[in-house]
Design a protein around this ligand. Sequence first.
Ligand SMILES: [Mg+2]
Length: 173
Amino acid sequence: MYRYFIPRQYVKEVFDITPESLKEKGVLGIITDLDNTLVEWDRPEATPRLIEWLKSMKDAGIQVVIVSNNNEMRVKSFADPLGIPFIYQARKPMGKAFRKALKIMSVKREQVVVIGDQMLTDIFGGNRNKLHTILVLPVAQSDGFFTRFNRMVERRIMKRLKEKGQLMWEEEN
Ligand SMILES: [Mg+2]
């Protein structure tokens, strides 16, 4: 059970993930979380740095789909100006939205990475669906109400994994 919470890869922020490193692995698509992964959960729009990062992916032929558990208004108003497909109320860790994202991009499981800041939704969901998962540090220190609860559970899981010696914070290349 616990192994599902272990990310395949760990980076500090999305900007540590480069098109080159993805291409090396044959990655053609990114399924990314929005809140506290791409920007702070309470920031309505993308930052110039993020716009640049997304463009570098596009130029490299790597597609991006935003898959968020947040509501339509939040996700649509963030993603639309960027011209990026999105799935809102995704109900991660459930599998449906992940499968839908693969369909949108017309890519195979092996050609995708899942990026997110939460073990309980992004990482657990991605691992359960046999996708390569990358955990990032949350962009903001603060969280919305439900996320605060998830963090509490997360800390317990991390503690348990550490005890079992299963927590490896080194980046996997
Ligand atoms: Mg998040």
